[in-house]
Design a protein around this ligand. Structure first.
Ligand code: SAT
Ligand code: MN
Length: 592
């Protein structure tokens, strides 16, 4: 069929020949009734919204209190990333590594093209040009997502720089990431998220949910980009980027890696406690950072995204006032509950009563939570009251500290600092965290999640650690590396640390360490603050809790280091010898 536009506004778009040829090829395979090239305009978005309201893909929420907000209910079997159905297809299986499910590229294409054959009959095929990163940044990368889901189009418009400007940039550049997506039949047995990093290609079928379907996000900006970054000498990471401004006006930027649903959005939007007046927080990104060696020998970060796809439950005035306010207009909600007067509702909102649950059924507490634990908001980053305008700076921001963290009820202290870069890479590689509702499977099980990239690294972790280690040869002014744990619990299962805004106290110590102006105790696992090194002014916490948060249990750490050693060696022969040396060094300090 002809892919030249029958529908109006895209007639005005200049379609690069390479893109047009690929779109034609995909249309021949998927056989859509119509092809729509997205320009990203308001008019286009309004028309798509009307279409989705008429099909039931979107439900309008109460206009008076939630203007321009909509609810999308996904298929109940399609509410999280599907890691067991996510593949990296490389010619050499070793290149994908034991951290990925692997398929031979020809087999991967055959399987996926079988699904795609005729799958868009009767549907509209949307061609979505997008740019990951500021449109004028040399660090940004573009892609095209072809999809049959208008919900995906609407989300990509918020999450990326989508439309005309991206297509123009693609026209000027030689390469772009090709992402082909169809919701298919939303059949869990016909659902795969397949990556071909050697071809800069993604094929995703059978899911309409977030990370499975918004291909700019995890598929492009992490799995494909991490592969490109290794080849080109930079890093694509699962990190928020936050600016911390002191009362004196000194700003430091931190890049922090935590697994999904471990509070990245909340940390990126932290609201300073009243006890620390004059501090300001600027959000640059809440999920992904691309880190490049800068001209002055420092590491610079850009956020490839333009919006937040954040976890809704738990958001309230106290936990994250900014997020609470930011999602009261122009927001797409996915899988939340609604009240009798059609306002969105979720667990932890602390007002209102749900009447309809996330599946669209009358709410009955016997059937579980009203909102899905992984329900999400999609919102433009510009709606964040503490949006850091440096997020639009083409050169990015210089990073003072890299912070790794997990959700661990035991063992990991509140904060510690690596001795040097090599030790810091070991700390990142050794990360572990309790699993969350962001992926299908068991929740609350501790698993290794190096650099929070277990589900997202597009190549062998052994090679990835070697790449990380190489940065002390590339850069004279490296960030300091830290590890934090907000989720430590006492014997009764109570959280020891209040978290949220109070985390600023820990960020202050981190920054002061970067500036050589805070004290610490040296321990076998790194430098820890002593109680007097943290500013606890106005914080109601017992000295016993502080002691517990800042202690190192040598015996437990020996066991941990033993497990970490086994884990690192499981990537042999790709495990870099240097990371084993770093491991041996910590083991020796533990007198193991
Ligand atoms: O579904 S997403 O991958 O976009 C969110 C997450 O799991 O971090
Ligand atoms: Mn994430």
């Amino acid at each position: 069929m002809a892919t030249s536009p029958q529908n109006h506004p895209d007639a005005l778009l200049v379609k690069p020949a390479k893109v047009a040829a690929w779109v034609e090829e995909v249309a021949r395979l998927t056989q859509p009734a119509r092809v729509h090239w997205c320009d990203g305009s308001d008019a286009e978005n309004d028309a798509l919204t009307q279409l989705m309201l008429s099909t039931g893909d979107l439900v309008k929420l109460k206009e008076e209190s939630f203007p321009n907000c909509y609810l999308h209910r996904s298929n109940p079997t399609d509410v999280a990333r599907v890691e067991h159905l996510t593949f990296v297809c490389t010619h050499n299986a070793e290149d994908a590594g034991p951290n990925n499910y692997w398929m031979d590229p020809p087999d991967g294409h055959r399987l996926m093209d079988g699904f795609f054959d005729g799958c868009m009959r009767g549907r509209t095929m949307y061609v979505v040009p997008y740019c990951m990163g500021p449109i004028d940044s040399p660090y940004s990368r573009c892609g095209i997502e072809i999809t049959d889901s208008p919900y995906v189009v609407a989300n990509m418009r918020v999450m990326t720089r989508m439309g005309r400007a991206a297509l123009e940039r693609i026209g000027r550049e030689d390469s772009f990431v090709k992402g082909l997506h169809s919701i298919g039949e939303l059949d869990p047995d016909r659902r795969y998220i397949m990556h071909f990093p050697e071809e800069l290609t993604i094929k995703s079928y059978g899911s309409g949910y977030g990370g499975n379907a918004l291909l700019g996000k995890k598929c492009h900006a992490l799995r494909i980009a991490s592969w490109q970054a290794r080849d080109e000498g930079w890093l694509a990471e699962h990190m928020l980027i936050v600016g911390v401004e002191s009362p004196q006006g000194e700003v430091h930027y931190l890049a922090c890696a935590f697994p999904s649903a471990c509070g990245k959005t909340n940390l990126a939007m932290l609201i300073p406690p009243e006890a620390l007046p004059g501090w300001k927080i600027w959000t640059l990104g809440d999920d992904i950072a691309w880190l490049h060696p800068g001209p002055d020998g420092r590491l610079y970060a850009i956020n490839p995204e333009a919006g937040y796809f954040g976890v809704v439950p738990g958001t309230n005035q106290k936990t994250n006032r900014h997020a609470h306010d930011m999602i009261r207009h122009d927001t797409i909600f996915t899988n939340v509950a609604v009240t009798a007067d059609n306002e969105p509702w979720w667990e932890g909102l602390e007002s209102g009563t749900p009447t309809i649950d996330w599946k669209g059924n009358p709410y009955d507490p016997a059937h579980g939570p009203a909102a899905h634990p992984n329900s999400r908001f999609t919102v433009s980053a510009k709606q964040n009251p503490c949006y850091g305008t440096m997020a639009d700076a083409p050169g990015g921001v210089p990073i003072s500290a890299i912070v790794f963290g997990g959700r661990r009820r035991e063992l990991a202290p509140l904060v510690f600092q690596a001795r040097d870069w090599g030790h810091g890479v070991l700390i990142g590689a050794a990360m572990a965290s309790e699993t969350t509702a962001a992926a299908t499977g068991n929740v609350g099980v501790v698993r290794r999640d190096p650099m929070a990239m277990k589900p997202f690294c597009g190549y062998n972790f052994g090679d990835y650690w070697a790449h990380w280690l190489s940065f002390d040869r590339r850069l004279p002014k490296l960030p300091q590396v830290f590890h934090v744990n907000w989720f430590r619990r006492n014997a009764e299962g109570k959280f020891l640390w209040p978290g949220y805004g109070e985390n600023l106290r820990v960020l202050r110590w981190i920054i002061d360490r970067c500036e050589n102006r805070a004290g610490a105790a040296e321990t076998p696992i790194g430098y820890l603050p002593r109680p007097q090194d943290l500013d606890m002014t106005g914080l109601d916490i017992s000295p016993k809790a502080v002691e517990e948060l800042l202690s190192v249990n040598t015996e437990a750490w020996r066991t941990e280091m033993h497990e970490i050693g086994e884990y690192l060696r499981s990537f042999a022969p790709r495990t870099p010898p240097r990371i084993l040396d770093e491991h041996a060094d910590v083991a020796r300090r533990l007198d193991w």
